[in-house]
Design a protein around this ligand. Structure first.
Ligand code: ZN
Ligand code: ZN
Length: 678
């Protein structure tokens, strides 16, 4: 029996006693009509029991999340018109709440389906979840949608929005719903109802105008609240991902709270497309992937290789400065090694298949760790040798399915700036602090201002999935936490996300477009020191097992390069630019002066390219500018007589002339300071 009065707890601590059946909208209105108008949905949070994390935002659209029965013990979103029948905590979700956009986008998917059925009534409906960047809806129809169809659908959606139809939740007995779907040949709806409800259930539907869809909700109050929506593309998708099934038309779109937000989104996409490292890689002749050699294998052209050399030189020098020792190890090893390390078991599907040689089978290395371990193990170690920090820019090979490779970001062969630190348990914390310092230095040096840090820990309730003792885990997690706290770095702890062999810290950089890139990792390992029976003799004269930390800061040199290209849109700062200065002699007779300028720049260590083609001056300037050359020096009779050069600065244009010696001094200062100014 329902109580006649329920207690609704509001975020400010106030408790409203209201009649059972009161809706969040009524409560919002009683607070302020403006709040009611701004609310999208309501969040109900149970008053009792542990509050679980709600992962609804930002995750892959799970079918279960759309249809399955709600978990009454977790916070959940409901329609503003849902009658409240029990005591609860209530939050009114406005556009400021990240989850609100998901609700708008899913509601936009209903608007899309409404439009499609009005234009193409024979279409059968699949499902239409919100995604990270918008929404999609799966449709079945004999004839694929054409671009004209999509335009008509978008126009019809605008009508549906203008009609401002209320989203109304209705219920039907499950068996009746199934019978109706079956009768109408709605095979996808039949599937979803069968899969996500049980006999005897009432299933919920959402109606707007004449359109009705099996759905758990929640939705915005009416179609008019879908204020900015766009259909973006259509793609084929097999029903249930099986190519024996009918092919569906998956129509994608996106929706925002306002036209302004949507315009900003598409401007960002356009900007990202212009920065695509695969395009710029070609345009600036930085790297290639060769069909003849195979997918996912990178060819570094001279200009890309120059940037790589600068990155690697910097990294090696920093390693030495920070107490690492450099090592080099082979690209292949006997399968026996991979058996000892365990890769042959849990990692085999990511490795290239073995090569049979006369003495044994060999495999390309997917990781450098076992090699560094063999170096450690090659001589007895005492506590005085620790920490031992071995660093290598090691080439590794990992099997990726064909068709999954993506430029420099997803490859089959790459270079890790890998290091392994072997230390005593007491040294862990300082080592981790030093790793984080180093990671920060990488990001700042290469021009990234912002980063996000995640700490992945184990789930102590799930011991079976983790190697290492409680003591080890507590020590490791504790030292990672203390290291981050000492650095004053804000971080997110993700419980249950650690690898089975130890907790880790991930550093994600934020690029100029606000995109997150996972690069640096500091990873603990209890497993390999045990598998390889690593030891050191402690101060007590006894043998102990060292702790091992894997860490990579660029992560992959290839991937980091890809991120750099996109971050700078190919306009690298002077210290990284493969060609720093382009020389443009105005005519044939200035060739000698060009040689003199070139020689002086080179003597100062500046990377220079002379354009002495028989082309017009402006064409040469344009070509060098298209290559995003930081400085272009132009000279003719006047400059030659005065010993000057006329300077054009990237992004700033003609800066007038200056004595060559002054220009060189300026250049050197910018390079030495690794300036981001140019
Ligand atoms: Zn829905
Ligand atoms: Zn490793």
């Amino acid at each position: 029996m329902d109580k006649q009065t329920i207690a609704v707890h509001l975020p400010d601590g106030a408790v409203r006693e209201v009649p059972s059946g009161t809706t969040p909208l009524e409560i919002a209105n009683s607070i302020s009509p403006r709040l009611a108008a701004a609310s999208v949905v309501a969040r109900l949070i149970p008053l009792t029991g542990a509050v679980k994390e709600n992962h609804a935002a930002g995750e892959e659209p799970a079918e279960a999340a759309m249809y399955a029965a709600e978990d009454a013990s977790a916070p959940r979103l409901v329609d503003l018109t849902t009658p409240l029948t029990a005591d609860t905590r209530l939050e009114l979700v406005t556009e400021k709440d990240p989850e609100a956009l998901t609700v708008v986008r899913h509601s936009a998917a209903h608007v899309l389906a409404t439009a499609v059925l009005e234009l193409f009534p024979e279409t059968k409906l699949g499902h239409g979840p919100a995604t990270d960047s918008g929404f999609f809806y799966d449709f079945y129809r004999e004839t694929p949608f054409t671009p004209e169809d999509l335009a008509a659908i978008e126009a019809k959606m605008a009508e549906v929005v203008a009609r401002d139809e209320k989203f109304v939740r209705e219920y039907e007995p499950r068996e009746q719903a199934l019978a109706e779907f079956d009768r109408d040949g709605d095979f996808m709806k039949t599937h979803f109802v069968t899969k996500f409800t049980v006999p005897g259930d009432e299933v919920s539907f959402y109606r707007n105008g004449k359109f009705i869809d099996f759905c758990r909700g929640p939705h915005v109050p009416s179609t008019g609240r879908v204020k900015a929506v766009k259909v973006t593309k259509v793609a084929g998708a097999y029903w249930l991902g099986d190519e024996k099934n009918p092919q569906l038309q998956r129509v994608y779109g996106t929706a925002f709270f306002s036209k302004k937000d949507m315009d900003a989104h598409f401007a960002r996409l356009e900007e990202a497309a212009k920065r695509d490292h695969r395009l710029l890689g070609k345009q600036l002749d930085l790297f290639s992937i060769q069909e003849l050699a195979g997918a996912g294998l990178i060819f570094w052209h001279p200009k890309g290789a120059m940037i790589r050399k600068i990155m690697e030189d910097w990294m090696r020098e920093e390693c030495l400065r920070r107490g690492y020792q450099l090592v080099y190890t082979p690209h292949v090893a006997r399968v026996n090694l991979w058996q000892t390390s365990g890769h042959e078991g849990f990692y085999a599907q990511n490795m290239f298949t073995p090569m049979e040689l006369d003495d044994a089978n060999y495999r390309l290395k997917p990781m450098n760790c076992p090699f560094h371990i063999l170096i450690y193990k090659n001589s007895p170690k005492s506590y005085r040798d620790l920490p031992a920090r071995y660093a290598e820019l090691g080439n590794v090979y990992r099997y990726e399915r064909s068709g999954t490779m993506h430029g420099l970001l997803r490859v089959r062969g790459f270079t890790q700036d890998d290091a392994h630190i072997f230390c005593t348990p007491g040294q862990i914390e300082d080592e981790v602090v030093a790793c984080i310092d180093f990671a920060e230095a990488v990001l700042h040096t290469f021009g990234f201002k912002e980063f996000k840090v995640e700490l992945s820990t184990w789930d102590p309730n799930d011991r079976a999935h983790y190697a290492g003792s409680d003591e080890n885990w507590n020590l490791a997690v504790g030292s990672l936490q203390r290291a981050l706290d000492r650095k004053g770095i804000a971080y997110k702890t993700i419980s249950g996300e650690a690898a089975f062999y130890g907790p880790k810290i991930d550093v994600k950089l934020v690029d100029v477009l606000g995109r997150l890139w996972q690069l640096s990792t500091v990873q603990f390992d209890f497993n390999l020191p045990a598998r390889f029976e690593l030891e050191y003799v402690g101060e007590d004269g006894e043998r102990h097992q060292p702790v091992m930390v894997h860490r990579a800061l660029f992560g992959s040199v290839e991937r980091f390069f890809g991120v750099l290209i996109e971050h700078y849109a190919g306009a690298f700062p002077l210290w990284l630019a493969p060609v720093q200065v382009g020389l443009v002699p105005i005519s044939e007779r200035h060739k000698d002066y060009a040689q003199k300028v070139e020689a002086e720049l080179k003597a100062a260590g500046i990377r220079v390219e002379v354009d002495d083609r028989n082309e017009k001056m402006n064409a040469k300037i344009r070509d060098l500018a298209n290559q995003k050359t930081p400085y272009i020096l132009v000279f003719g009779d006047k400059e030659e007589a005065a010993g000057t050069v006329s300077v054009r600065t990237r992004g700033k244009g003609d800066q007038g002339s200056m004595p060559l010696a002054d220009f060189i001094a300026k250049c050197k200062a910018l390079v030495e300071g690794k300036s981001m100014e140019l």
